[in-house]
Design a protein around this ligand. Sequence first.
Ligand SMILES: NC(=O)c1ccc[n+]([C@@H]2O[C@H](COP(=O)([O-])OP(=O)(O)OC[C@H]3O[C@@H](n4cnc5c(N)ncnc54)[C@H](O)[C@@H]3O)[C@@H](O)[C@H]2O)c1
Length: 309
Amino acid sequence: MKNKKVIITGGLGFIGSHIIERLNDNNDIVIVDDESSGKIENIKHLDFSKIDTTLGSINSINLEEVFEDCDYVFHMAALTGVFQSVAKPLNSNNVNITGTLKVLEAAKNCEIKKLVFASSSAVYGDTKSLPINENDQINPLSPYAVTKATGELYCNVFSKIYALPTISLRYFNVFGPRQDPNSQYAAVIPIFIDKILKNKRPVIYGDGEQTRDFISVKKIVDANILAAESKETGAFNIGLGKSTTINQLFEIINNTIGSDIMPIYEKKRPGDIKHSIADISKAKSFGFDPDYDFKDDLMDTVEWFKNNF
Ligand SMILES: NC(=O)c1ccc[n+]([C@@H]2O[C@H](COP(=O)([O-])OP(=O)(O)OC[C@H]3O[C@@H](n4cnc5c(N)ncnc54)[C@H](O)[C@@H]3O)[C@@H](O)[C@H]2O)c1
């Protein structure tokens, strides 16, 4: 992508900041972020001369003013905590559904070329058939998952009735530098790295034989750019298409750090699904093909944490 004007809602967050990092050299960037979980620090290493930042909520700022003359929207802004959504479903609904609707409305009125929506594998719930395919029935099990499923439906409707090109990417378990290990909603990889680097024993819930599909944030950025430039619409799985058990993950991180610390096993958490792996054949239609060994990116992530925490 070159010489475009690109909006990233939630651009100060983990994934948004990586999209900006990739596009910053050749494009003009417009960020909309209310700093609720994102931080300016996440983009402090970038060239600010081509970045315009509007600090405020997608729910309250005049998005049409901000979106004017822009080409693409990468809509990352959301309240991302599953447990947070269980505690305060109205808040999740407000940002992730009403906010998304406002972003779509502004994108339509500003004749945006394509809107890429950050959806989630959470929409599937605890599916029986593996690998998970986009034709499988969705079964959201939390208010967060409901908001992502609803966002996808709104995207489809805006494409169909208003001719706004949209695409929804169902990310699986994303990891990489700048993912916050201290957040209440932190993901397993930053928590393991952070604890092991501090010589503390991480907790594994259940027997550790549950599987997840871990995908590097670099590949998530690839998927976003390919999806924006493609003609495809609808929902697409974005994962590695391979599964790793939590025990294997722990061992890889332990070995990478050169530690022999043991985990603490605790009772399985209610609501935790047993297995997850994406069928990524549909996303191959727009060129997404993350055929690589995720251990290299895991090592880069460990290095980043060593230098930054
Ligand atoms: N990280 C993952 O593994 C993962 C998996 C599936 C889906 N997703 C989705 O990807 C997107 C990005 O996730 P992330 O991991 O980078 O999360 P993040 O919390 O780091 O980023 C979200 C960003 O949105 C901003 N934001 C929140 N509410 C806002 C509002 N009302 N107005 C403007 N900005 C607001 C936050 O300040 C933050 O910068 C989210 O939509 C999330 O649901 C992430």
